[in-house]
Write a protein that binds this ligand. Structure first.
Ligand SMILES: NC(=O)c1ccc[n+]([C@@H]2O[C@H](COP(=O)([O-])OP(=O)(O)OC[C@H]3O[C@@H](n4cnc5c(N)ncnc54)[C@H](O)[C@@H]3O)[C@@H](O)[C@H]2O)c1
Length: 419
């Protein structure tokens, strides 16, 4: 064993290394917090200067500083990359943030450092994209630096303790896997090693595809149950009594967020390189894309029942975040739904305690303060996110008509229509 590798391992184990966290968002910040709480010094690097300023003002400066200056990489022996991995308009992976972060890291990476990619991405990214960039200045992975992939599995809004989420780790070589595992065990309880970065990359996508396919399946079954006059929620509650072999998923207005509706398409894109068409992923995506249309149709139908047309009707949307109790509206089904309502001539406003404003198309919306007059004034209230802080009994008492896409209101009431 090389002594430099053993020295790095010991420094990591003793928490004597400074960790660089590249990308200070929904993943980077909780990771930073867990590291600093474990007594590890973190330098956070982000291209968003306003975010850097804000974070410097609000965190413990002894253990954490944020910067937009890439030369700080020189001070870091462990570097985590947690930058966004969105899709292009045509649903192809956009790994430009990983590429640009890797290029900047390559400029200042010190010898015998460990780089770990955490962003969700297609199998092969660490090996095919990140490794050649880091190796370019004449370095060799596994010899001059160590490289691994370890997906983040955080679920925003979920109270499950961050340190208790087991970390899957796959290094380019045994030493990289071992160093990455050693690193995570300094602040997390469990690590699960796999044989390669590709296996770890695939694992993360497997988890997200499992959710996409199951949520889309229950959404499709909901459409059918609706046609058959069957209450899907009654069926789900009944199915849940089975002691094994069933796991509940719930219908809704469509999947949103930066993960479940996005990541699976990284794999279906990569699959084509192997002459393989990932049909389940594409089908699940198709059903998910159709859900906002179904929600708008339901609103039209509900208004029709009270002899109103959507054009000119006041629609109050409750919740624009993609799921409850969080402030994230990225890829939220609320966006295509509101767009379509506007296109069809509705007068739309919204309330969301977590999202003070949102831009949809050319419209800049501000969350309207929730009041009885606001509720009473709406021709239809459309519940898109079931935030737990809202008083739904006041909502139901004041509303003329409610379309509830989340089964927030459990009782059957004449003014409430479920999706
Ligand atoms: N949000 C989640 O729940 C979640 C969960 C698990 C995994 N992930 C994955 O983690 C990754 C990060 O997601 P996120 O939700 O934290 O994103 P985010 O948008 O909240 O944060 C990303 C941060 O990276 C910064 N950034 C963008 N390009 C950069 C660059 N080239 N160099 C340095 N900084 C850059 C942005 O300014 C931003 O602050 C994605 O791959 C995502 O799929 C997200």
């Amino acid at each position: 064993m090389s002594s430099k590798y053993l020295m790095l391992k010991k420094a990591i184990k003793d928490k004597r290394v400074t960790v660089g966290v590249v990308g200070l968002g929904y993943v980077g910040m909780p990771t930073t917090l867990a590291l600093t709480q474990a007594g590890i010094r973190v330098i956070g690097i982000d291209i968003d200067k306003a975010r850097v300023r804000r974070l410097n003002g609000s965190h413990d400066s002894r253990r954490f500083t944020a910067t937009a200056n890439w030369t700080e990489i020189k001070k870091c022996k462990v570097i985590l990359i947690a930058v966004p991995t969105p899709l292009t308009k045509n649903k192809a992976p956009d790994v430009s943030a990983i590429e640009s972060a890797a290029k900047n890291i390559a400029k200042y990476l010190s010898k015998d450092s460990l780089v770990i990619l955490e962003s969700t991405t297609y199998p092969g990214t660490t090996e095919e994209l990140v490794k050649p960039i880091l190796e370019k200045p004449g370095r060799v992975s596994g010899k001059d630096f160590y490289l691994a992939y370890a997906p983040e599995r955080i679920d925003p809004g979920n109270k499950f303790p961050f340190n208790d989420i087991p970390k899957v780790v796959g290094g380019m070589d045994k030493k990289s896997t071992d160093l990455a595992a050693t690193f995570y065990l300094t602040f997390l309880k469990n690590v699960h090693k796999v044989s390669s970065p590709r296996a770890a990359e695939f694992t993360k996508l497997l988890e997200n595809i499992f959710r996409l396919v199951n949520v889309s399946a229950i959404n499709e079954l909901n459409l059918l149950a609706d046609k058959m006059g069957i209450d899907i929620w009654e069926a789900i509650e009944a199915a849940k009594t089975k002691p094994y072999g069933y796991m509940p998923f719930y219908p809704g207005p469509g999947i949103g967020g930066h993960c479940i509706g996005v990541d699976p398409f990284y794999l279906s894109w990569k699959a084509k390189e192997y002459g393989f068409f990932a049909r389940f992923i594409e089908l699940a995506g198709e059903i998910n894309e159709l859900m906002p249309h179904h929600v708008v149709t339901k609103v039209i139908w509900a208004l029709n029942c009270i002899k109103k047309s959507l054009r000119g009707s006041k629609i109050l949307v409750l919740g624009v975040a993609y799921k409850k109790d969080i402030d994230d509206a990225r890829e939220s089904p609320a966006i295509p739904i509101i767009k379509d309502l506007l296109r069809k001539g509705a007068d739309v406003s919204y309330h969301d305690p977590f999202v003070p404003q949102i831009k949809i198309g050319n419209h800049q919306f501000k969350s309207a303060p929730l009041s009885k007059p606001l509720l009473k004034n709406a021709d239809c209230i459309l519940i898109l996110t079931d935030h737990s802080t809202l008083d739904y009994s006041t909502v139901t008492k004041s509303a003329k008509l409610i379309v509830d896409t989340r089964h927030t209101i459990k009782e059957k009431m004449p003014n409430v229509i479920h999706l």
